[in-house]
Write a protein that binds this ligand. Structure first.
Ligand SMILES: O=C(O)CC1=CCC(=O)O1
Length: 262
C-alpha cells in the first residue's frame, strides 16, 4: 500500500507503470475512490507513469472535518505531486477531479503540461443544490442520496447490470465528511475566469447520458481554452471510464499521442 504523509494528512495513492516515463495523474469524482480507473488502466499505453489517489475523506485517505475548499483539494494534489517528484504531467480529472485539474493548472504550470477535463465543468450545479445534498448527507447519510446518484452516474442499461451494486457500495462507504466536504468545495467554485486564461493542450470528455455534467457544460468549459478538443461518448453517463472503458482509453491514448506525451 502506498501512503504519503502530506501536511499531516495520510493520502492513499497508487504509483504504477514506468517510474521514468512521462507522468499521468488521475483525480476521481465525488463519492468514488481510485478504483474508478481500474478498467481503463490496463488499456493505456506502456512506458508511462500512472498515478492515482484518493481525495481527502475518500477511499483510504484520511478525512478532516467538513467543509473543504477547492483550494485545499488543489493543494492536496499539488503536495502529492511534489512529494512524488512529478512535473509536467498529463492531469486527467473526472468531475470534481476535473475542477481540481483546472485549479492546479492555473496555480502550478510546472506540474500540468496537458489537461483532460472529463465529465466536469468550470462550475457544477448551483449552491442551493449542493446545500441540499450536504444537509441530506448530514441528516440521513449518503445512503439517502444513493439511488438518485446512480441515475446520474450511469445509463439505464448499465443500471440493470449486477455491477451497479459494487459502485453503489463504493459511494455509500465514503465518509460523510468527505462527501459533504467535497460538495461544499464544488459549491464554492466558479473557474470561468481562471480557466479562460489557461494555455495548454486540453481535452474534454463527456457522456451523452450524464445527469450531472451534461455534454454542453463540458464543451463550454473546454471551449474557454483555445485549441481544445472534445470527445463525446455515446450511451455513457457521468462515469464513462466505468461504462465504456475501451472507448475512454482509446480517447485518452489518442490525446497522449497527439500531445507527444508518450
Ligand atoms: O452528481 C453527482 O453526484 C456526480 C458528481 C458531481 C460532481 C462530482 O464530482 O460528481
Amino acid at each position: 500500500m502506498q501512503i504519503a504523509e502530506l501536511d499531516g494528512l495520510a493520502v492513499h495513492y497508487r504509483d504504477e507503470g514506468d517510474p521514468k516515463g512521462p507522468p499521468v495523474v488521475f483525480a476521481n469524482s465525488l463519492g468514488t475512490d481510485l478504483r474508478l480507473w481500474d478498467k481503463v488502466m490496463p488499456l493505456l499505453p506502456q512506458g508511462l507513469r500512472y498515478i492515482r489517489y484518493d481525495k481527502r475523506g475518500h477511499g483510504l485517505t484520511e478525512g478532516t472535518p467538513q467543509p473543504y475548499s477547492m483550494g485545499t483539494l488543489v493543494r492536496d494534489a499539488e503536495q502529492l505531486m511534489d512529494h512524488l517528484g512529478v512535473k509536467e504531467a498529463l492531469f486527467v480529472g473526472l468531475s470534481i477531479g476535473g475542477m481540481i485539474g483546472q485549479g492546479l493548472a492555473v496555480k502550478r504550470m510546472d506540474l500540468v503540461r496537458s489537461l483532460v477535463i472529463s465529465n466536469s465543468g468550470m462550475k457544477i450545479g448551483v449552491p442551493s443544490m449542493w446545500q441540499d445534498r450536504i444537509d441530506a448527507v448530514n441528516a440521513s447519510g449518503i445512503e439517502s442520496l444513493a439511488d438518485a446518484v446512480m441515475e446520474r452516474w450511469f445509463s439505464k442499461s448499465f443500471r440493470a447490470t449486477p455491477e451497479l451494486t459494487a459502485w453503489r457500495n463504493m459511494l455509500v462507504r465514503q465518509t460523510a465528511d468527505g462527501y459533504a466536504g467535497c460538495s461544499a468545495a464544488i459549491s464554492g467554485t466558479d473557474f470561468y475566469t481562471p480557466t479562460s486564461g489557461l494555455r495548454l493542450p486540453v481535452l474534454g470528455i463527456a457522456g451523452t447520458e450524464d445527469g450531472s455534467t451534461p455534454p454542453d457544460l463540458v464543451r463550454e468549459t473546454v471551449d474557454l481554452v483555445p485549441g481544445s478538443k472534445f470527445a463525446l461518448i455515446r450511451g455513457a453517463g457521468h462515469l464513462p471510464c466505468v461504462e465504456k472503458p475501451e472507448e475512454y482509453a482509446r480517447i485518452l491514448t489518442d490525446f497522449i499521442k497527439e500531445t507527444g506525451h508518450a
